[in-house]
Design a protein around this ligand. Structure first.
Ligand code: ZN
Length: 125
């Protein structure tokens, strides 16, 4: 991959910042979920409570998935593989990396995965 060291460093900073944000938002989502569970006594509140818990849970789950992508990207950055599609090995476009620096796939593979034409090895793992 022919991205310049400056470009790589910029992506690394972006990824680390994102990792921190995700980690702190997940911690607060868990804490809020616990607070809701503790504070509810009223039966009428229980529908609201379970809805809120579900919301917080799914936020946490999405955050977790994204966090593992960010960690994978940082790992690949260290290995010098950052910016290569995990599946086909071709270069991921710079614009795509700027929008989604944690993406492990090029746009072609991502679209195929979303259409169900390709198996996503990351999700299956
Ligand atoms: Zn690809």
């Amino acid at each position: 991959m022919e991205h310049s060291p400056q470009t790589i460093r910029r992506f690394e900073e972006h990824l680390r910042q994102h990792q921190k944000q995700l980690e702190s938002s997940m911690i607060s989502a868990v804490a809020e979920g616990r607070a809701i569970a503790r504070d509810t006594q009223d039966v009428a509140d229980q529908a609201v409570e379970s809805y809120q818990k579900e919301m917080l849970f799914s936020q946490g789950a999405n955050g977790h998935e994204q966090l593992s992508l960010v960690r994978l990207a940082l790992e690949r950055l260290r290995e010098g593989e950052f910016g290569e599609c995990l599946r086909c090995g071709r270069a991921i476009g710079l614009k795509r990396l700027e929008a989604l620096p944690w993406t492990p796939y090029c746009i072609d593979c991502q679209e195929k995965i979303e259409r169900g034409e390709l198996h996503d090895p990351e999700r299956a793992a």
